[in-house]
Design a protein. Structure first.
Length: 334
């Protein structure tokens, strides 16, 4: 059986910085509340006219990842694009990025697993490489949250959390000990409505939404039961990290770098404490980018690698939890 490894990483965030203070001009909130509950100081939002979109940011991150991997873009066998905020209702961002990259034909697959999207995407890529079907797979996580948030008091517990950005990785067949050891995926659909955005959809089409829904329950803005999400996140994060470690006969003492989905700094800190990891063994950047959903792990992984915090031979653990609920982990020997 073949194995895959991460050959190149890239990221892109819009230039426009939105501080907690900026948000307090749009809704009743303040820096102290946001930092205390989430750790977030600022996030990036696309600015109208700056040319960015989910596909465009994904393209910029992908371009960097491909350049760093030193493969020819023509050798990419599959594109996997994870997002909950696509540019089009259909087709997905995968084909958009294929066109932007100038790749004539190759399969392009969109993954709809929200905060776990990148972990699911890595798992899909890893399986295709393991079977020998493909050699090089481009995995992208990108989100344009700011285009769809309710910037009023009605949704203030949701809208202060999310930011825009993209990250990407090129996975290639490995010829040495550096490889993805395993991936572990889960979902539990009974919590579908606890963190969701219902329309526009075939069930909630635009005119019906406007006609049928009272102001306090607008289905085209994200809804979140924050406390239930928090409680489930800390349980599932722990379970799926342990599952990955046990699968590889490893223990928490073997972890060199843990990169959690940047949901909320308090969730990351809880997991860090539970696994008794030192500050230098956990990478967080939610303070400056907010929660960028499918983009958060590849942005954090890229930054940790750029800062020299991940070295050859390190055991790197990625884990995510989010809407669905869905969750998963990736165990990597770097
Ligand atoms: N600014 C100021 N006050 C606010 C804000 C805000 N932005 N939002 C809510 N409040 C107020 C509420 O109105 C409420 O006031 P009240 O007590 O007078 O009624 C009070 O703050 C507490 O509100 P809660 O919604 O209960 O706040 P909570 O303490 O649960 O914190 C939060 C909200 C931060 C969302 C928390 O539940 C949480 O972190 N949950 C985890 C969810 C998460 O991380 N989601 C990320 C996306 S999903 C994912 O990536 C996994």
């Amino acid at each position: 059986m073949y194995h895959s490894k991460i050959l190149g990483l890239g990221k892109y965030v819009p230039e426009n910085v939105v501080t907690n203070e900026d948000l307090s001009k749009l809704m009743t909130t303040n820096d102290e509340w946001i930092q205390e509950r989430t750790g977030i100081k600022e996030r990036r939002h696309i600015k109208k006219g700056d040319g960015n979109s989910t596909a465009e940011m994904g393209f910029k991150a992908a371009k960097q990842a491909i350049e760093r991997s030193e493969i020819d873009k023509k050798d990419i066998d599959l594109i996997v694009f994870a997002t909950l905020s696509p540019d089009y209702y259909f087709p997905g961002c995968g084909v958009q990025i294929q066109e932007k990259l100038g790749i004539d034909t190759c399969p392009a697959l969109d993954v709809r697993n929200q905060c776990s999207g990148f972990v699911y995407g890595i798992s899909v890529a890893d399986q295709f490489i393991k079977t020998g079907m493909y050699k090089n797979v481009l995995v992208i996580g990108s989100e344009n949250h700011s285009g769809g948030l309710d910037m009023t008091d009605r949704s203030r517990h949701v809208s202060v959390i999310f930011g825009d950005g993209a990250g990407a990785a090129v996975l290639s067949r490995s010829n040495d000990d550096s490889k993805i050891l395993s991936t572990h995926l889960h979902s539990e659909g009974k919590f579908i409505d606890e963190l969701s955005l219902r329309g526009p959809s075939t069930e909630y089409w635009v005119p019906e939404i406007i006609a049928d829904n009272p102001q306090e329950d607008i289905p085209y803005y994200p809804k979140m039961n924050g406390q239930l999400v928090f409680k489930n996140a800390i349980v599932r994060f722990s379970e799926v990290i342990n599952e990955g470690l046990q699968h590889n006969n490893l223990t928490k003492e073997d972890i060199d770098m843990f990169i959690p989905h940047q949901a909320n700094l308090r969730i990351s800190q809880y997991i860090q404490q539970k696994f008794q990891l030192k500050d230098e063994q956990v990478y967080n950047n939610i303070q400056k980018y907010g929660n960028t959903t499918a983009a958060s792990i590849p942005i954090a992984l890229t930054e940790a690698w750029e800062d020299g915090l991940i070295q050859r031979g390190d055991l790197v653990v990625l884990a995510a939890f989010g809407s669905g609920f869905t969750w998963g982990s990736v165990i990597i020997r770097w």
